[in-house]
Write a protein that binds this ligand. Sequence first.
Ligand SMILES: *[C@@H]1O[C@H](CO)[C@@H](O)[C@H](O)[C@H]1NC(C)=O
Ligand SMILES: *[C@@H]1O[C@H](CO)[C@@H](O)[C@H](O)[C@H]1NC(C)=O
Ligand SMILES: *[C@@H]1O[C@H](CO)[C@@H](O)[C@H](O)[C@H]1NC(C)=O
Length: 395
Amino acid sequence: MNTNFLSVFCLLVCIAEAKNEYKLFNVLNYGARADDRTDNTMAFLKAWSDACRWRGKSTVLIPQGSYMLNEVIFSGPCNSWMNFQIEGRLKAPSDIYSFKTDSWISFRYVNNLYVGGGGTLDGQGAVAWAKNDCQKNRNCRVLPGTMTFQFITNGYIHHMRSINSKQNHFTLYGCKNMVLTKLKLIAPFNSPNTDGIKIALSMGITITSVSIGTGDDCIAMLYGTKGVRISDVFCGPGHGISIGSLGKNNGEEDVDDIVVKNCTFSGTNNGVRIKTWSSILQTTTHVSNIHYEDIVMDKVQNPIIIDQNYCPSLPCNAKGEVSSVQISNVSYKYIRGSGNADVAASLQCSPNKPCQNITMENINLWPSGRSRKLNNECLHVIGASYGTQIPHACI
Ligand SMILES: *[C@@H]1O[C@H](CO)[C@@H](O)[C@H](O)[C@H]1NC(C)=O
Ligand SMILES: *[C@@H]1O[C@H](CO)[C@@H](O)[C@H](O)[C@H]1NC(C)=O
Ligand SMILES: *[C@@H]1O[C@H](CO)[C@@H](O)[C@H](O)[C@H]1NC(C)=O
C-alpha cells in the first residue's frame, strides 16, 4: 500500500467517523453559573442549540452545583440523539407570574432523548400551592409542572429527583416509546395537584423503579394512553395510580392495554383507581384491557376503586347524570394488604354502561388503623371472581 492510498482511505473513514463523533456541550462553557442566583436560561438554551445541531451524538452537561433556571423549552428536531445530563440541582423561580406556560422545563419534538444524571429538579412549589384555587375557581391560573415531554419518540428518563413541583412533576403528551426509571418524586401530601407522572395521548410507556410521594395521583393516565407497563413503583403519600379522570370532554381517545405490577401503596387515599366523570355527555370512550397484579396495600383508604360518579367539583351529579365511558376487561390479581376505611374494593360502574368482564383473583385485604371491617361494594358490574376472596367478593 502506498501512502497515497492510506491518506485517501483515512480521508474517507475519518470523515465518516467525524460525522458521528460524540461531543460534550458543558453549560459552563456557555456562561452558566452555579451560584443559585444567575438566570441560566440563555446559557442552557445555547448549549442545547449547539448540541441539537451537532451531527453526531451529543451530551448537554450540567455539572454539579445549584443553578437558577427560568421557564425553558428545549426543542427539536435534532440531528442525532440527545443526552441531557443533569448532575447539578436546577431551581425554578418561586414566583408563578414569571411563567407564561404550564411547564417549567419542556422537551419537544426530539427523537432519541436521554434525560438523567443523578441531579435534582427543585420546583420551589411552596409559595405556589397557596395560590392554587382550582377547586373553587374555574378560571384559575394553571401552575407550571416541573418537566414536560411533548412529542418525544424514544425517550429514556432516568436517575433524577424532583422535589416540590408547583403542579405535576413529570408530564408526557404525544410521546411514544418512553422509559421512566430510577426516579424519586417528592412533594407534601397536602400540596394540590402535584401529580407524580401524568400521561395523555401517549403509547409504549414503561415506568419502573420509581418512588413517588406527593399530593395528588402518583401516576395519572388520561385520554389516549395506550400500552403502559408500570412495575416496582412505590406510591405514598398520594392518591394512587389512576386511570382518568375521563368522560368530561367530547372526543377523548380510549385508554387501552395497561399493566400495573409489583407495586406498593402506603398510606394513600387510593390504590388502583379508574375514575370517570358523572356527566350527561355522551361519549364513546372505552377503558379496556387493564391488568393489576402483585400489588401490596399498606393502610390504603380505597385499595381497589372504580368510580364512575367522579365529581370533585361542581357542576355534576345532578339528577340523571351518568358516565357513558365503557369500562371492560379489567383484572385484579394477587392484591394483598390492609385498608384503613370500610371498603376493600369499591366498584361503582355506570348504569348506562355497566362494567364488562371485571375479574378478581386472589384478593386478600384486611382492616388496619382506623378500620374495623372491610366490605366490597359493587354496582353495575359484570364479571367473575376466582381463588381467595377476603373480604367476600361482590361479583
Ligand atoms: C418488585 O418490587 C420490589 C421493590 O418494590 C423489587 O425489589 C423487586 O425486584 C420487584 N420484583 C420484580 C419481579 O420486579
Ligand atoms: C376478560 O378479560 C381478560 C383479561 O382481563 C381476558 O383474558 C379475557 O379473555 C376476557 N374475557 C372476555 C370474555 O372478553
Ligand atoms: C376483551 O378481551 C378479549 C379477549 O382478550 C378481547 O377479544 C376483546 O376485544 C377485549 N375487549 C376490548 C373492549 O378490548
